[in-house]
Design a protein around this ligand. Sequence first.
Ligand SMILES: Cc1ncc(COP(=O)(O)O)c(C=O)c1O
Length: 411
Amino acid sequence: MNLDEIRALDKTDPLADKRLEFDLPKDVVYLDGNSLGALPRAVKTHLSQVLCQQWGNDLIKSWNDHQWIDLPVKVGEKIAPIIGAASGQVICCDSTSVNLFKLLCSALTLNSDRNVVLSTEDNFPTDLYMVQGVSDLLGEDLCHLQLVDEKDIQQNLTESVAVLLLTQVNFRTGKSLDMAKLTQLAHDKGILVIWDLAHSAGALPVELDQCEADFAVGCGYKYLNGGPGAPAFLYVATRHQEFVKQPLSGWMGHTNPFAFDTHYQASSNINQFQCGTPSVIAMSALDVALDVWRNVDMLTIQTKSVALSQVFLRLMQQHQPLDDLTLCSPVDAKQRGSQLAFSHNDAYAICQALIEKGVIADFRAPNMIRFGFTPLYTSFEDVWRAINTLRDVVESKLYQAQRFKVAAKVT
Ligand SMILES: Cc1ncc(COP(=O)(O)O)c(C=O)c1O
């Protein structure tokens, strides 16, 4: 492929104009939106209005006048169509880790005659750590973590499993799991499923309702572009809402917080999954960031995501010296999320050298470099530039310079 062919792809890209809605630095190729989404331009103006007008001028009146109090539900409703959820099932609150705690406890209580939480060895650590925390709190008799290889999930769906906890798209390899099939198989054995959508919400079509999912969580700061540490979301299927009870019974989950009642009475709808006062400034950023998704069809997102990654792989193949980088993501685009991962003994140093040359990817221990494609703002020319830079870095052995070997706190 040559640059003219690449530019032709950008010209016919139906999402090309979406890039203009983001504030991306010139001369940087950003392939890390799977870790931290880029800044939507509208967030800048809206946040300054939230700070100066809503907080600065209108002060506490803004809880009502600017509907701060409704933000968790309002933002949840904006996320819902992106993950295939009908109204009333998604709320924006807390972090993904905290939401996992709430949902793990809820699901274990619903399935209280069983104690196993089944998950994968390669799941994102916070998912596993949260189960370990619940296990320490409740005791092994009520919560026992069982870990299996991704390929062995199906054969371990037994009648002692209470909860299946899976991340749909593996954070390292980008391999995606079949949500419809695994949810169905789990339900056949009476198992409830919690899906972590950190690497799928906004990256590919997710159909929670259609798959009859029970519970889900996900991040606001990756493909949803809500900003660093943006609040997360959670999903609880309507059919479970009147039977579940989550343990972080803060006043915002009360049926009537401003009654200041002595006794906790959980709201009967998705509101009970809130805990304390929402982080208004952060949630306002996510609120406006989600407007970029108006009129965006998730199939268009997926088509472009696949095209970007296929072009990336084709261009890689044009450069034989890059053979040392071994693809760890599935070759079949239908089986992966919106990223490609490669292993290399010097993956960290290569990643640092790329960043110095203006191509931002990231490293995941022990030896992987990840390239994330965010169809809203990644262009085909970005991919072209990234591959050329990668070729320069590898062929010139620039990455072997000592300065690229010093591990930073955040990789
Ligand atoms: C699969 C998965 N779950 C959860 C998280 C993070 O959770 P939190 O936002 O609570 O830090 C990440 C972060 O990258 C992730 O990849």
